[in-house]
Design a protein around this ligand. Structure first.
Ligand code: GLN
Length: 475
């Protein structure tokens, strides 16, 4: 394994000093990828293309014309379009589907000379918390290969944790960046709804989905964020809110006496691993000792988060996934004599168990007889959950909690029990229901050496604050 520097600043200074080049860097990552093939991270590897691009960028560096992300080698979750490449979403349905355009985030990254080394595995259509729901097989946690890396952006987290790239793009609907970041001991940022364009991201639940970033430190994540964030004419849900100079702002200290940190008791109740609880409470004490004000708050509707999240996201998914009918995209069953059978067979054979479960649940809660009892009711509870956060952020600047109730579980442990799998999202899904930003930062390890994260939630569009508070948490 090559021991590649874990920050862009170090990589850039090694390039300037002549001890490294983008070409060498890509070769080293490719070697790390090859040596850790058993983790099952990549769906498509762009080895030759990445090497060629690296040489071009080395030239640009010599000429002084390189972009901000020269030296940053990244992976992309396979739910985001990269022109002329496979876009599988971890599904048999799209296993042979090649896209004709790039997502806005990809165009913005390439413009600043990032190198995309490949597209990585994930739960099918981003549905899952373990990366076991992939047509391309499960991904393994590099810290303990008998365990899951989390999901749905599991392979994105592994690619960063196992030094196969510097940063990765993932997506979130209910915790799919923060939970795998926590399980793999790295940092994951979920941005405010609308902060990053979703043009070119395959939709799961459109009122929840956002693209986000995995990385090792706040200046790297800040830099990537300032490149990809901001309004996009091709995504009407992308915000016009000004984009910060996050790579620089992330280094500014927070003024402790002027900052209040909320501690919601609902996030520390039954079901939380004792070691995680102790670890997160210890971090809160660190902040208190630095002079931050710590205030106990209440988010009273927390107990409804999982039910509300799964009703609403399944409803939206059942609608979004109706486009995969065997005609317009991807897989078509050739067993059918009549058109209707072709739809049914293509969808029955093309989708995996979990995706079918969500389509059925979503169709049910939207059906005429049950719409009021489930879908409409869940919409109302979503508003109450949003109000909880609005009230809380009148009193505090940040809210701190564990990211996950437990550390990485074993492969196969929860796959037969969807409810226990869904409970993994208990501390993360509320953030997506409310549309606020949150970050998971490595916070410690349990007695088995498995990492866990601390989650910091912020006000809408306060990504800067989340990157700044990282400096105080000491990792
Ligand atoms: N684990 C959650 C789910 O299965 C979150 C998924 C996500 O954020 N994409 O829905």
């Amino acid at each position: 394994m090559n021991n590649i520097p874990k920050s862009l600043i170090e990589i850039k200074s090694a390039i300037v000093s002549g001890s490294l080049s983008c070409a060498k860097l890509v070769d080293q990552y490719l070697q790390n990828i090859e040596e850790q093939k058993d983790l099952n991270v990549f769906i498509s590897l762009f080895d030759n293309e990445a090497r060629e691009r690296a040489s071009e960028i080395d030239e640009k560096i010599k000429n002084g014309t390189a972009g901000k992300l020269a030296g940053a080698v990244i992976t992309v979750k396979d739910v985001i379009s990269v022109k002329d490449k496979l876009l599988t979403c971890g599904s048999k349905m799209l296993s042979n589907f090649t896209t004709v355009y790039s997502a806005t985030v990809i165009n913005r990254l390439l413009k600043e000379d990032a190198i995309i080394i490949g597209k990585v595995n994930c739960d099918e259509f981003a549905m899952g918390s373990s990366n076991e729901n992939s047509f391309f097989g499960p991904v393994k946690n590099p810290i303990d290969k008998t365990r899951v890396p989390g999901g749905s952006s599991g392979a994105s987290a592994v690619s960063v944790a196992a030094n196969m790239c510097l940063m990765s793009l993932g997506s979130e609907t209910g915790g799919s960046i923060r939970q795998p970041a926590s399980f793999c001991g790295i940092t994951g940022l979920k941005v405010t709804y609308g902060r990053i364009s979703r043009f070119g991201l395959v939709a799961f639940a459109s009122s929840f989905d956002s693209i986000g970033i995995f990385g090792n430190n706040n200046s790297d994540i800040g830099l990537m964020l300032e490149v990809i964030a901001g309004h996009d004419d091709r995504d009407s849900t992308s915000s016009e809110t000004e984009v910060g100079n996050y790579s620089v702002q992330s280094q500014n200290k927070l003024e402790a006496v002027k900052t209040t940190i909320g501690f919601a008791k609902e996030y520390f109740e039954e079901g939380l691993n004792e070691e995680i609880k102790t670890g997160v409470l210890a971090k809160i004490e660190v902040l208190r000792n630095k002079g931050f004000k710590i205030k106990e708050i209440s988010l009273p509707h927390t107990k409804y988060v999982i039910q509300t999240y799964y009703i609403l996201t399944s409803a939206e998914a059942s609608s979004n996934l109706s486009r995969f009918d065997g005609v317009r995209y991807g897989y078509r069953s050739d067993e059918s004599a009549v058109l209707e059978d072709m739809y049914v067979n293509s969808r029955s054979e093309g989708f995996g168990e979990e995706v079918k479960r969500r389509i059925m649940l979503g169709t049910y809660v939207l059906s005429a007889g049950y719409y009021d009892a489930y879908y409409r009711k869940a919409q109302k509870v979503r508003r109450l959950i949003m109000n909880d956060f609005e009230n809380a952020f009148n009193e505090v600047d940040f809210i701190i909690s564990p990211t996950t109730p437990d550390t990485a579980f074993r492969l196969g442990e929860k796959i037969e029990d969807p409810l226990s799998m869904y409970l993994n999202d208990i501390y993360t899904a509320s953030v997506n229901l409310a549309g606020i930003p949150a970050i998971s930062i490595p916070s410690g390890k349990d007695r088995n050496g498995l990492p866990f994260g601390i989650q910091v939630m912020g006000r809408k569009f306060d990504e800067e604050g989340l990157l700044r508070i990282w400096n105080e948490l000491g990792s």
